[in-house]
Design a binder for this molecule. Structure first.
Ligand SMILES: NC(=O)c1ccc[n+]([C@@H]2O[C@H](COP(=O)([O-])OP(=O)(O)OC[C@H]3O[C@@H](n4cnc5c(N)ncnc54)[C@H](O)[C@@H]3O)[C@@H](O)[C@H]2O)c1
Length: 243
């Protein structure tokens, strides 16, 4: 039997990038996947291309009422086994140019969005008899990143809430771990100056960007039963950037 046969997962920010790679890998390994994103056209097209094991739900992760609807829609397909809080935004600017509005945008999507995801799936996981959550933090949740104060702060928050939730939810058979990617070749990173990206890569022991598929492999490991004794862990996959 394939690793994720008969299991159902919800992935946020799944229309492109890391979330899309996770959805593709999960479906290939036998899972059913609900892809959620604010990018409706891209998300629907991707879900359709993955066949009957995938479907799309529009979701802004900062919208608490919509979270409830999306989890209810997922549960209509069967018991929910896992959530990947993958949606995120990255709008790096120096402190002087980071106004309250930009700061709050990062908090709403990266931090509150992850929290609302955890909060909403717990009752569903209890109906299932347990579950697993993977939170996408970042290398920026392990070190200080200059000129990205809001992103860095919210990714440290994700790392912290992962540990608090792991302790609180472990006795209820719910595992929670965080993944900390370094520079991964997606639109999020491509939108930034290529020279800045290259300079960062040159400082790493492994002198290239990672791929979305490499991060998907780690996320799937944490979702799987092979990681059943892991909770509250923070796993970097970053070419050695945070050493
Ligand atoms: N690419 C990297 O180098 C890298 C490094 C470290 C961490 N990460 C994290 O990995 C995750 C995925 O990043 P990516 O590289 O695939 O980025 P991406 O920009 O390619 O994809 C992010 C997805 O999240 C969606 N999204 C944004 N705001 C949303 C909202 N409010 N509600 C729902 N969906 C929303 C976007 O529409 C998009 O489809 C993010 O949390 C990011 O911070 C990425």
């Amino acid at each position: 039997m394939r690793r994720f046969e008969n299991r159902l997962y919800l992935i946020t920010g799944a229309a492109r990038g890391l979330g899309a790679a996770q959805a593709q890998r999960l479906v290939a390994e036998g899972a059913r996947v609900v892809l959620a994103d604010v990018r409706e056209a891209e998300g629907r097209a991707l879900a359709q291309s993955l066949g009957p094991a995938a479907c799309f739900e529009p979701l802004d992760v900062g919208d608490e009422a919509r979270w409830a609807e999306v989890v209810a829609a997922a549960e209509r397909l069967g018991p929910l086994h896992g959530l990947v809080n993958n949606a995120g935004i990255f709008k790096p600017l120096p402190i002087a140019q980071t106004d309250a509005e930009l700061y709050n945008q990062h908090v709403r999507v990266n931090q509150l969005g992850t929290y609302l995801g955890i909060r909403t799936v717990v009752p569903a996981f209890e109906r299932t008899g347990g579950g697993v959550i993977v939170n996408l933090s970042s290398a920026a949740g392990l070190i200080g990143v200059p000129n990205a104060v809001a992103y860095t702060a919210t990714k440290w928050a994700v790392r912290g809430m992962t540990k608090a939730a792991a302790k609180e939810l472990g006795p209820r058979n719910i595992r929670v771990n965080s993944v900390h990617p370094g520079m991964i070749d997606t639109e999020m990173v491509r939108e930034r100056d290529a020279a800045v990206n290259q300079a960062l890569v040159n400082q790493q022991p492994i002198k290239r960007m990672g791929t979305a598929d490499e991060i998907a492999g780690l996320v799937l490991f944490l979702l799987s039963d092979e990681a059943r004794y892991m909770t509250g862990a923070e796993l970097a996959m970053d070419g050695g950037r945070t050493l």
